[in-house]
Design a protein around this ligand. Sequence first.
Ligand code: SAH
Length: 247
Amino acid sequence: MTTPDATPISRLQGIGMTSERTRRRMVERLRERGITDEPVLDVLFRVPRHWFVDEALAHRTYDDVSLPIGYGQTLSNSYTVARMTSLLRESLLDDAALAQVRRPVRLGQVLEIGTGSGYQTSVLAHLVRSLHTVERIRSLQQKARRRCREQRLDNIRFHLSDGHWGLPEQAPFQGILCTAAPETVPQALLDQLSPDGGTLIIPVGPGADQRLLRVQRFGDEWQQEDIEPVYFVPLVAGQDKAAGRKP
Ligand code: SAH
């Protein structure tokens, strides 16, 4: 039996190193590292992470490592995906809403910058009402779109653009999650947060000095908090320049 794009079903469901047991172990490890947001853990359990990398790497997908996705880009480790997603939720939902596990309360309109493999995109799509995602490399965007379609995720719109600009035509956003690191927080992203607590989760700075920041907007004031060290690829200026290059 095959899916519309002829991916064997055994690959989609996961066998051996990508099986349900392996995924459950990944979730247990995330819990041990302090992730307590049950809907996030549930979504990480359900979204088949091994779909998002080359088959040759599938056996490593559930280890807590980042993995290459081509064009010098990487899929973040599962802890970072879980951490950023739950930071966004805890900034925007009250305790009663966070406690809804069976039918999680969804965030409103969210912008993701750096679609990459589409893994973080898929995780977010389960937890928000409407998701816009921006990528600058066309072929990564195309693969990500196909993977999201295979999962029947229909609340995502894909944009090919430079994430430094955000997505002014769709603003404001309740949340913005950036998965590549600029040198400083782009002003456009601050401006596109909704004024009633809109939240940006973003890595900033070069290499070893990179920090994960949370910025929340209240009217014309922005509150910034330094969360922890992280390591993301740089947010590169310019749209789609690398599109024609080999990975
Ligand atoms: N969230 C991704 C990982 C992203 S890696 C995942 O789950 O797989 C960072 C991504 O940001 C890469 O795909 C890279 O091409 C993209 N990127 C880098 N600079 C960008 C920019 N200026 N605008 C949009 N996307 C950018």
